[in-house]
Design a protein around this ligand. Structure first.
Ligand code: ACO
Ligand code: AKG
Ligand code: ZN
Length: 496
């Protein structure tokens, strides 16, 4: 049901309360359970700067303070719950098990599965996945209702994630319950799940359009009865990083339990919001593979991994089997019949391809010039495309060296101009470029071709093509001496 549909515009609750605004006085007291600020070497806890030794800081790490969890977080992987809500998703039991296994092998701490209340098959699949003995803990996701909770605890899950809408939109149009009812039922369901000795989380759907006092009252009540985590959910993808930071930081001062966050990507902030939530003190982030979920989905597993790797590569490498990311993405992409997007972090087909000459030169000298992620840490390879009009002589020289074609710099510059001229007509393939290089090299060495003699080169190329016939593309101009070589930093120089 959509409360903003034009047909019911006049009945919308107005105005929509939001979580933006000053923190109510009753919630500003520092929580007695919050961790105390540690003394950092050379820094007084009160922030005075006397005799301060500069701390070694990663400039990409963002704000580093004692509540930040950018180097201490857990992933709740929801491809098998939120992801099943994706338009194209239909997971049979075998596919669910394969995805669960791949996610566990990748190393996510939790796997969230569709509610066993959804259907008989959902119930059976939940049980089946619980019996797989995976390294990841298994959670299921239920409404704030005792009937759902009773089903959930029968399945053998390690934890139950309870959710209920708290915004006036959802209270009015989804379940029709008021805050008093929500708190009472939440406490009842939480106590029931806890009595079974399993983890329990309580989350407020549509948190960012909920009234802040309502939200904090609910969270405080569930924290008091010992919930393991509270969840903040940007159900409609309306939040921005600053709002996320403020809400999580406020909540961090109100509850002592862990804080989970769930971000939809309707306005493109899902990864950034997850990062800001961790900076503010959240402990758990929900993801799905390739971001699949309701509408255009949530924080992508790969996007979050890339973002967190930039902050602390060693921490991320120690927790997750990074080269396995591509496999799990391909598995899910195939299951839901989509392609991995070209601009996907880490695994998009061009994520480590460099094209412009200025970039290529610097990358060949030191890959960190234009790469913040190391492809080899993810089992990926770096490529330099030299078949376009944007290429430069340094990249071409590197390819000539790989092919063991000896040329002076002036000769390389000359052949580069030829490649660019031909690429002005159409992009040159790898074999096109290699042919140009070999024909040019042979012409120079045989004395037929000197510098700045494009007409002679054209004649040589035409002669070569007619000799080689239809297989001219990759013909062996230099005979058996042709060898594949890699540059010292492992960069494959290649055209598209
Ligand atoms: C934002 C999210 O993604 S939340 C997770 C969404 N996940 C799902 O919906 C799981 C798949 N869902 C289903 O299979 C079904 O919707 C079921 C089994 C959960 C419920 O099915 P039905 O009983 O046929 O109800 P229906 O889906 O039409 O409506 C939802 C019902 O749950 C109630 N409800 C909605 N949210 C909640 C909640 N968080 N807690 C408690 N009750 C809720 C609604 O009031 C409505 O109750 P009603 O039957 O008295 O009208
Ligand atoms: O349980 C949660 O925290 C999130 C539920 C959900 O998918 C959402 O609100 O978008
Ligand atoms: Zn969601």
């Amino acid at each position: 049901m959509c409360p903003t549909a034009a047909s019911n515009g006049s009945t919308d609750p107005a105005p929509v309360p939001t979580t933006t605004g000053p923190v109510p006085a009753e919630f500003t007291a520092v929580d007695e359970h919050a961790p105390s600020q540690p003394e950092i070497e050379g820094h007084a806890a009160n922030g005075s700067a006397a005799n301060v030794t500069p701390i070694q800081r990663n400039p990409y790490g963002g704000a580093a303070d004692f509540l930040s969890n950018v180097s201490n977080f857990k992933i709740i992987e929801s491809t098998l719950r939120e992801g099943e809500q994706f338009a194209n998703a239909f997971f049979d039991t075998e596919t669910k098990m394969k995805i669960a296994q791949a996610l566990s092998d990748f190393g996510v701490e939790y796997i969230e599965i569709t509610s066993p209340a959804a259907s008989q098959q959902s119930y059976d699949d939940c049980k089946r996945i619980c019996s797989m003995g995976l390294k990841s803990k298994i959670l299921t996701h239920i409404r704030c209702h005792m009937d759902d909770a009773r089903k959930a605890v029968e399945t053998g899950v390690d934890g139950v994630d309870i959710v209920i809408g708290t915004s006036s939109f959802l209270r009015k149009y989804s379940h029709g319950k008021d805050i008093t009812y929500i708190i009472k039922t939440a406490v009842e369901v939480i106590e029931f799940v806890k009595s079974k000795g399993i983890e329990v989380r309580f989350s407020s759907e549509d948190s960012f359009r909920s009234d802040l006092v309502d939200l904090l009252s609910i969270y405080r009540a569930v924290d008091k009865v010992g919930v393991n985590r509270v969840g903040i959910a940007d159900t409609v993808g309306c939040a921005n990083p600053r709002q996320v930071y403020e809400l999580v930081r406020t909540l961090r001062g109100v509850v002592s339990c862990d804080i989970e966050c769930h971000f939809h990507d309707d306005s493109g902030c899902a990864v950034a919001n997850a990062f800001c939530a961790l900076e503010a003190g959240a402990t758990h982030i929900d993801t799905s593979v390739l971001g699949i979920g309701e509408r255009n989905g949530i924080t992508t597993l790969g996007g979050l991994i890339a973002r967190m790797y930039v902050v602390n590569p060693e921490y991320v490498k120690s927790k997750y089997n990074l080269p396995a990311l591509r496999e799990v993405e391909n598995l899910v992409a195939e299951a839901v019949q989509i392609s991995v997007p070209f601009n996907n972090p880490i695994t998009g087909f061009c994520a480590f391809t460099h094209k412009a000459g200025i970039h290529a030169k610097a990358i060949l000298a030191n890959p960190s010039t234009y790469e913040i992620l190391k492809p080899e840490d993810f089992g990926m390879s770096r490529y330099i495309d030299i078949g376009s009009r944007l290429t430069g002589w340094n990249a071409v020289k590197s390819r000539a060296e790989q092919l063991e074609l000896e040329m002076t710099d002036d000769e390389v510059k000359d052949v580069t101009n030829k490649i660019k001229a031909m690429a002005d007509l159409r992009t040159q393939s790898m074999s096109d470029v290699d042919t140009i290089l070999r024909v040019f090299h042979r012409g120079i060495k045989s004395g037929k071709l000197g510098l700045r003699q494009p007409a002679v080169f054209d004649a040589l190329l035409a002669e070569h093509k007619s000799e080689a016939g239809s297989e001219a593309g990759d013909s062996d101009v230099d005979g058996p001496a042709k060898k594949k070589a890699k540059s010292t930093n492992g960069t494959a120089v290649a055209s598209a």
